[in-house]
Each structure stands twice: as structure tokens, then as C-alpha cells.
Design a protein around this ligand. Structure first.
Ligand SMILES: Nc1ncnc2c1ncn2[C@@H]1O[C@H](COP(=O)(O)OP(=O)(O)O)[C@@H](O)[C@H]1O
Ligand SMILES: [Mg+2]
Length: 246
């Protein structure tokens, strides 16, 4: 089933004929078209090297498209001034496979740091960081350092750090990739809760079980092209689609 966009409201994300060629000539994305309404929960699936992380780097404006346009919340990223980048990145919460916590800071300090660098008042930093750690179930780990935490706990801290700006959009690149299956499921439950509270979630993943069980929107990319966009899909149809094309 091909998803038809809901034009009754402005989409949160819109990619229009997006191409990305890296300096070494690699064509990582080819004519990608994608519309994501506010509130969506979307899995981006595809083999290693398919272009998932490239799409995410374009969305957070770490890279620019070679051709095409990307709109997020009505703003065209290619036209955004450098000085508007910090406020843009605050709208987007980013979560990585390898957590990317600062090792010399405690859980609380890792979350608070994300606000402090923006010059927020101490009171606001304290209150919001505390709330974010509560949402991820780590109220009892404020003073714990990353090396003293399990992988799942570290990923929760990273999610709290992403949530601390109350972002409209959460983008996660293989967030369960370094976790055992049970812990991966706990982290997924957290993303589902965050989505239910109103944030749009876009997640690149290799985790077939999770994609198959949750039956959310699945966008499959292969060789830099969108080859499937299912409203309630599974992981394996992605492989079937690319096998058929081969
Ligand atoms: N910075 C880069 N410079 C050159 N090629 C890159 C760069 N990053 C990724 N690529 C290439 O672009 C393609 C897509 O990579 P990527 O977006 O990381 O895929 P995925 O996340 O699906 O594994 C791959 O062929 C990869 O080798
Ligand atoms: Mg990747």
C-alpha cells in the first residue's frame, strides 16, 4: 500500500526530489520524496549503506542536499541562515546508536548541559533536567556517570537530553543497535510514549522484530531510493521489495 499524504495539514517534514552526492562521488540519496505529518511514528529501514544516516544528517542540517528541497515545520533547511541553526536544532531531538554522552558528566549534568549551553537560567535548567530524567525513569540516577550505567540506562539519559527542549521531532539513528533485545524493547516503549505525548518520531533501525511487531509506518530505502512506504508495515517486506528489483 502506498501512503497518500494528508494535505489537510501542513506536514512537519517534506523532502522534495532530494539528492545527496558526497565529495568522493558516492550518490547516497537519489530523488527521495517523503512527507511526514505531525505526530507520525516512522521506521526507516534498509541494508547497511542504503542511505538512512545520510537522510538523518540532512534532516538535522549536518549536511545539505546536492539537489532538491527539505522543509521542516515550513522552514526550508537549505535557506536557513547559520545563526538560526541552534534554534532549529532545539526543535529536533537527536538520539544515536552509541549514546554520545559526555563521560566526565553525570546523568543530570549531561542533560543539563544541553540547556546550559543555550544560556538558560539555572532554575529552568534544574527543573527541566529533573523532569526529563523522570520521564525516562532515571530519577534515581542523577549523580551517576555514564561508565557506571548499563547501555539501556545510558540510552535513557541520551533520550532525556533529547527531550529536554520539548522537541516537536525526535530523530533516532539505530537507537537499539547496541542494546540486547529486552533492553531494546524498553527503549522502544519509551519512544512510543514520547510519540503518544505528541512528538513526531523518525527512527532508522535494523531491528526486524521491533518493526514487525509494532506495525507502524515503514519507509524502506535501497541504494539511496525510497522503495516502499507502508502505513503499517513490517521489516521483511523491505527485503522482498529489494529482492524483486534485483
Ligand atoms: N561522509 C561520507 N562521505 C562519503 N560517502 C559517505 C559518507 N557517509 C556515507 N557515505 C556513503 O553513502 C552511502 C549511504 O551511507 P549511510 O547514509 O551511512 O547509510 P546507512 O545509514 O543506511 O548505512 C554509503 O555508500 C556510504 O558509504
Ligand atoms: Mg547508518
Amino acid at each position: 500500500m502506498v501512503l497518500t499524504a494528508d494535505f489537510s495539514q501542513r506536514p512537519l517534514i517534506s523532502l522534495q526530489h532530494v539528492w545527496k552526492r558526497y565529495a568522493n562521488g558516492t550518490e547516497a540519496l537519489r530523488d527521495v520524496e517523503l512527507t511526514v505529518p505531525e505526530g507520525d511514528f516512522l521506521f526507516l529501514v534498509g541494508a547497511s549503506g542504503a542511505g538512512k544516516s545520510t537522510l538523518i544528517r540532512l534532516l538535522v542540517r549536518e549536511e545539505k542536499p546536492t539537489k532538491g528541497k527539505i522543509f521542516v515545520d515550513g522552514q526550508e533547511l537549505g535557506r536557513m541562515k547559520r545563526r538560526h541553526l541552534p534554534s532549529y536544532r532545539r526543535k529536533v531531538g537527536l538520539v544515536f546508536q552509541d549514546f554520545k554522552l559526555l563521560p566526565r558528566l553525570t546523568a543530570f549534568e549531561n542533560v543539563a548541559f544541553a540547556l546550559r549551553v543555550l544560556g538558560e537560567a539555572g532554575r529552568v535548567v534544574q527543573a527541566r533536567s529533573k523532569d526529563a530524567l523522570e520521564v525516562v525513569g532515571l530519577s534515581n540516577k542523577h549523580d551517576t556517570y555514564p561508565r557506571e550505567m548499563s547501555g539501556g540506562e545510558q540510552q535513557r539519559v541520551a533520550i532525556a537530553r533529547a527531550l529536554v527542549h520539548s522537541p516537536r521531532l525526535i530523530v533516532a539513528d539505530e537507537p537499539t543497535g547496541n542494546l540486547d533485545p529486552a533492553t531494546g524493547w524498553e527503549i522502544m516503549q519509551l519512544f512510543l510514549q514520547i510519540n503518544q505525548r505528541g512528538s513526531t518520531v523518525l527512527m532508522a533501525t535494523h531491528n526486524r522484530d521491533i518493526v514487525d511487531v509494532l506495525r507502524r509506518r515503514v519507509v524502506a530505502i535501497d541504494g539511496g531510493q525510497v522503495v516502499r512506504d507502508d502505513r503499517a508495515g513490517g521489516y521483511h517486506e523491505a527485503l522482498a521489495a529489494s529482492a524483486l528489483r534485483a
